[in-house]
Design a protein around this ligand. Structure first.
Ligand SMILES: [Fe+2]
Length: 526
């Protein structure tokens, strides 16, 4: 029969008690009493020896006579309680004096109990047992409490970490949803890429970011489009041909690539070194339906931490969204331009038949665009002005050619028909979504600041800035072109006349900008 292993009983260490009294009889008595009760006893004859033994031998309990040479019991008790040894052993003070002030002083110095001489050994043993039991319990509580506190602290830290990660995930989700909405609603490539980069910088907390993109579907070189947090001159050098080793590496990887790692490959070194010199440390290629079209470059993290797997996933997700949005924007732009070109072809057909208005639309669009840019308007607004100016006279498609090209003065009815062209133009364009904003220009390019224009006789603030700009551009071209009934005015004369009408017919700021652009040679005439 196999014998069961007998567990080793743990031998409990004897409790160690330090006894300090200058009376050897008392010490001897205590030693006998305590040893016979199973305690290990340490003895000291004065305060200094008691302190030294307490420090070195770590007793479980200390019994101190109040009156002792060198340091009395109060002082030793206080030193022990204030000492660095924790937990400090319990202290019982013994004294021949039964006065209340000694007892009080002892308790104030930290003693756990007080015993008056003479005392019975049973009384002392009962006190020792009670104090040690209480001390053990409190140590147990204290250890459990420390453990619990540590556990709570760990839980708090974990909770904090999970909370912060959760917040970040929620924020990321919201940001991605909001970005998708913006990307879907913004079809202007520059605006779209700008929004994209701002989101990347904020979301991935990077110091810099840059977007290199092939200029069009046929281009085989990546060039900088938009950048944040990096000097323009460093970015401008970044041109990456598709057929370079770096271009091929990017094209064949649809995941984040570490610039540091790539730098060790000599074949890609040239381009990668320029990318690293601009402060970028990570890149992600942009693909549209498997076709490589660009790369997103990222700089250091703002707080110096590395990218987490979540960051990498987010980067891949953002790059994929950007690819789709870029394709949409390009297709939409191509569609817009095709549509615009068709309408322009109609207008040109009319103009081409009339030598007096040939090229008028092109010139008005050119002047109006220059004024918009000269006034520092946002690119989207300048684009609306360009569309509006290009189409401003489209309503003339509805005016009989014999009226438009009549070499003599028009009668009242003919004038009424000619003056209907802004309204006719607006109704032709009505319903075409991307030309919505340009309709205002088409309808109001013959209005005047003083309210004497047509068709709505708008005045002052009712007239939009875009319409005021096209009014100036249109009038200037009309004045500087030959007409059947008069010769073209010299540029200087036309500008002088327009300045005279500034504030009544024309907007003063627009007129002043246009005159300045011409005088500085920013607009070439003729
Ligand atoms: Fe017109």
């Amino acid at each position: 029969m196999e014998s069961a292993a007998i567990p080793q009983e743990k031998t409990e260490r004897k409790k160690r008690i330090l006894v300090a009294d200058d009376d050897p009889r008392v010490v001897e008595l205590l030693q006998i009493t305590l040893t016979s009760s199973g305690y290990e006893v340490l003895c000291a004859a004065d305060g200094a020896e008691a302190l030294e033994l307490a420090t070195k031998q770590k007793p479980d309990l200390v019994i101190l006579d109040v009156k002792m040479p060198k340091s009395d019991g109060f002082e030793v008790c206080e030193s022990l309680k204030k000492g660095e040894d924790k937990p400090c052993p319990p202290v019982i003070l013994i004294s021949g004096q039964a006065d209340a002030s000694s007892r009080l002083q002892g308790l104030l110095r930290g003693a756990d109990d007080f015993l008056i001489k003479p005392f019975s050994p049973r009384e002392l043993l009962a006190k020792i047992e009670r104090i040690l039991k209480g001390f053990e319990e409190s140590r147990g509580f204290s250890a459990a409490s420390v453990k619990l506190e540590e556990q709570i602290k760990r839980s708090e830290l974990e909770l904090e970490r999970v909370n912060s990660e959760l917040k970040r995930l929620l924020y990321s989700k919201d940001t991605l949803i909001s970005l998708s909405q913006q990307l879907n609603s913004s079809l202007r490539l520059e605006t779209l890429l700008d929004t994209f980069l701002l989101t990347v910088v904020g979301q991935l907390r990077v110091e810099s970011a840059c977007f290199l993109l092939a200029e069009d579907w046929d281009s085989r070189v990546l060039v900088p489009y938009v950048s944040k947090g990096v000097k323009r001159e460093l970015v401008e050098k970044l041109h990456i041909p598709f057929d370079s080793a770096f271009g091929s590496t990017l094209a064949s990887h649809e995941r984040p690539l570490d610039i540091d790692e790539l730098e060790s490959y000599p074949e890609v070194e040239k381009h990668v070194r320029a990318v690293a010199a601009a402060g970028f440390i990570l890149c992600h290629s942009i693909h549209v339906k498997g076709r490589f079209i660009g790369v997103l470059l990222l700089g250091e993290r703002v707080h110096g931490n590395g990218f987490t797997p979540l960051d990498m996933e987010m980067l891949t997700s953002l790059s994929s969204s950007a690819g789709i949005a870029i394709e949409n924007a390009r297709l939409y732009n191509e569609l817009q331009e095709t549509y615009l070109a068709t309408i322009k072809a109609f207008v040109n057909t009319i103009e081409a038949k009339d030598p007096y208005t040939r090229g008028h639309t092109e010139r008005v669009a050119e002047y109006a665009t220059a004024i918009g840019e000269g006034m520092g308007l946002p690119p989207e607004e300048v684009e609306t002005i360009r569309f509006g100016a290009t189409l401003h006279d489209i309503g003339k498609l509805g005016v009989y050619e014999q009226i438009l090209w009549k070499p003599t003065a028009l009668d009242e009815e003919e004038w009424r028909i000619v003056k209907s062209h802004p309204e006719t133009g607006a109704s032709i364009l009505c319903g075409i979504k991307f030309l919505e904003k340009a309709i205002d220009v088409v309808r109001h390019h013959h209005e005047r600041l003083d309210g004497r224009g047509y068709p709505d006789a708008l005045n002052g603030d009712e007239l939009s800035l875009n319409a005021r700009i096209v009014c100036v551009a249109d009038s200037f071209d009309a004045m500087t072109s030959d007409r059947p009934y008069r010769d073209a005015l010299p540029v200087r004369e036309a500008i002088a006349q327009m300045e005279q009408k500034s504030g009544t017919q024309f907007d003063p700021k627009v007129t002043e900008t246009f005159a300045r652009l011409i005088r500085h040679g920013n607009i070439k005439i003729g």
